[in-house]
Design a protein around this ligand. Structure first.
Ligand code: NAP
Length: 249
């Protein structure tokens, strides 16, 4: 019985099981399963790999996107460059099961950004410094879009801190991307601390948060005449990319 699943810890409200179960139904794959595997420690991954029969692939979430890398015998170029894996393919070889690590946030974000607004974005502010921010940075670099990072703490003079953000002029940026949990349920009233009065129609705000549908920051951007999009399409596209890997579509 082909099996898929999600590793991370803790795993509470995950979107993946329902999403993949719907896929199985759509494709008439009634014997496929998708399970949550909350691993208290990543060192128990090998146990899971050998105890779970039919395992073909795993999604990986916080806190294991980096820690899982040493378990992979092979990584895609983007997973290696970003230093984060969110999708694993299990390949049966004569010597046992081998793991290949992918980062499907890259494909999810790229397709979603280009679906939304393709031409002439030049300079982006990326808020955050985690795994998602690295995937976003990888995509923007490959699209020749300039990048400035906004982080909580840094020794790098090219980066801006959240402390400086409330007074930062936004005129040099046409794309602002939230790669932090600011505004995510249950803290739905939290907004990114920027000067909303500076927002112009050329400003594009992409919020990786997708719960709620319209975050408080998206609301403020749109009220001030800018464009805004949430991360739901990216979430679906990164899951579709994982499905394509596991099914070799
Ligand atoms: P992560 O690796 O834990 O990184 C989180 C980043 O946010 C870190 O840089 C952290 O700063 C920063 N941060 C957290 N709270 C903050 C605050 N109050 N103010 C300023 N910065 C703060 O997480 P991730 O995987 O990159 O995910 C980031 C967000 O993107 C999450 O909300 C996640 O749900 C979302 N996401 C969405 C998709 C999608 O498909 N739409 C995909 C991946 C992630 P420090 O480094 O200082 O701790």
């Amino acid at each position: 019985m082909p099996a898929l699943g999600l590793i991370g810890y803790p795993l509470s409200h995950s979107f993946s099981p329902e999403y993949f179960k719907a896929k199985f139904q759509l494709e008439g794959l009634s014997d496929w399963t998708y399970e949550l595997f909350p691993l208290k420690d990543i060192s128990t991954l090998n146990e899971l790999l050998y105890s779970k029969s039919g395992l073909r692939g795993l999604n990986v979430t916080i806190p294991y996107k980096t820690e899982v890398i040493p378990f992979c015998s092979n990584l895609t170029d983007e997973a290696r460059e970003i230093g984060a894996v969110n999708c694993i393919e299990l390949v049966q070889t004569p010597s046992g099961k081998e793991l290949k690590g992918y980062n499907t946030d890259v494909e999810g974000f790229r397709k979603s950004l280009l679906n939304w607004y393709r031409p002439s974005l030049k300079n982006a502010l990326i808020l955050g410094n985690g795994g998602a921010a690295k995937a976003v940075e990888y995509v923007l670099k490959s699209e020749n879009i300039g990048i400035t990072r906004v982080v909580r703490t840094t020794n790098d003079s090219r980066q801006i801190t959240f402390h400086d953000l409330p007074t930062l002029s936004l005129s040099a940026y046409d794309l602002i991307i939230n790669c932090t949990p600011i505004g995510m349920y249950p803290d739905i009233e939290k907004v990114i601390p920027i000067q909303f009065s500076e927002i112009q129609p050329y400003h594009h705000f992409y919020d990786l948060v997708y719960n709620p549908d319209v975050t408080a920051t998206m609301q403020m951007i749109m009220q001030n005449g800018g464009r805004a999009k949430n991360g739901l399409e990216m979430l679906h596209l990164q899951a579709d990319a994982a499905w394509a890997i596991w099914c070799k579509k």
